[in-house]
Design a protein around this ligand. Structure first.
Ligand code: F6P
Length: 354
């Protein structure tokens, strides 16, 4: 078969491991031929391509980013974008296309599939919020980076009697905040799923300090919301990407000021941002990404188009792209209960507005 491969949306540690697995199994086991499309859907619209073979994938397993580069290009927002993608697929005589991306990239994959293209998806996002799968690769790496940052911030918070607010990524779902917050021993965890009452956050910190603790760690997801803001997250500016997403970020700074004002405790903010997306994937993510890649190439050869490789109960299975993009997989009540069980007063649950 001749197969196209692209990576779309925000990058994520493990993308190269997926590409490597797809190409190796495709060449070694199926005698496939590959072409890489550069910079996400832009590569298909403009036919920007590169050869993808055993030489081009050599040594990429531990590398972050993506050798195919990426972008948030949305063909539906470009003149004849979808038609141009279909034309490129036809021009290269592709038997299949493997699209590695999150809900935005995979929604385009679904659209192309509806127009007759033979597409298989692979789920990617550090946010871990894609439907149809238990885990996305990149999430574990992001959590480990965030956890290490929280550990480091801990010692300086302790030394200075400070409250430290650590902002992690997580647009619609608080998985990174919750996992890194639990792993890093945070005292308050704030997630997009539960708008929070700032007075309750301050009160929780006061109670902790009255118990004799003299520093605190607050972990907040970038998409968390003050209850008073009627569900609006903090944005860096009003500009939006081609999929309609505003640039989030900066809630930690506002939060730090509000906490200091209410409690009188010296408070500092740390925004981790893209550090969470950069660098080498963890061993867990390398293995998961490899399993996804192997699953995807097998799906291509079984003709399971319009589907995505997914992890369910630790098995790689095939789910429809439709299921994967139908809704975000947000933090569920059970997980919130687990986090809440750790705290006396300070928790995602107690400070949240019901
Ligand atoms: O989609 C994953 C994500 O990491 C979000 O958590 C974050 O809001 C966004 O990407 C940032 O994207 P960009 O790289 O375009 O700033």
């Amino acid at each position: 078969m001749k197969i196209g491969v692209l990576t779309g949306g925000g990058d994520c540690p493990g993308l190269n491991a997926v590409i490597r697995a797809v190409v190796r199994k495709g060449i070694f086991h199926y005698r496939d031929e590959f072409v890489g499309f550069l910079e996400g859907w832009r590569g298909l619209i403009e036919d920007k391509n590169t050869p993808l073979n055993l030489d081009s994938i050599a040594g990429i397993l531990p590398r972050g980013g993506t050798i195919l580069r990426t972008s948030r290009t949305n063909p539906s927002k470009r003149p004849d974008g979808v038609e141009r993608c279909l034309k490129t697929i036809a021009a290269h005589k592709l038997d299949a296309l493997v699209a590695i991306g999150g809900d935005d990239t995979l929604s385009v994959a679904q659209r192309l599939h509806e127009q007759g293209a033979k597409v298989v998806g692979v789920p990617k996002t550090i946010d871990n919020d894609l439907g149809g799968t238990d885990y996305t690769f990149g999430f574990d790496t992001a959590c480990n980076i965030a956890c290490e940052a929280i550990d480091r911030v801990h010692t300086t918070a302790e030394a200075h009697n400070r409250v430290m607010v650590v902002e992690v990524m997580g647009r619609d779902a608080g998985w990174i905040a919750l996992y890194s917050g639990i792993a890093g021993g945070a005292d308050v965890i704030l997630i997009p799923e539960r708008p929070f009452n700032i007075d309750k956050v301050a009160e929780s910190l006061r109670q902790r300090h009255e118990r004799g603790r003299y520093f605190s760690i607050v972990v907040v997801a970038e998409g968390a919301k003050f209850a008073t803001d009627k569900g609006a997250p903090t944005v860096q500016d009003m500009g939006k990407d081609e999929f309609g997403h505003a640039k989030l970020g900066g809630i930690a700074n506002t939060l730090a000021k509000e906490i200091e004002q209410r409690t009188g405790y010296e408070t500092r903010a740390v925004v981790l941002g893209h550090i969470q997306r950069g660098g080498s994937p963890t061993a867990f993510d390398r293995v998961l990404a490899t399993r996804y890649g192997l699953g995807a190439i097998d799906m291509v050869h079984r003709g399971e188009f319009g589907c995505m490789a997914a992890l369910k109960s630790n098995r790689i299975v095939s789910v429809t792209l439709k299921e994967a993009i139908s809704k975000n997989r947000v933090v569920d009540d059970e997980m919130i209960e687990i986090a809440a069980g750790l705290f006396q007063e300070l928790s995602v649950k107690e400070v949240a507005v019901k």
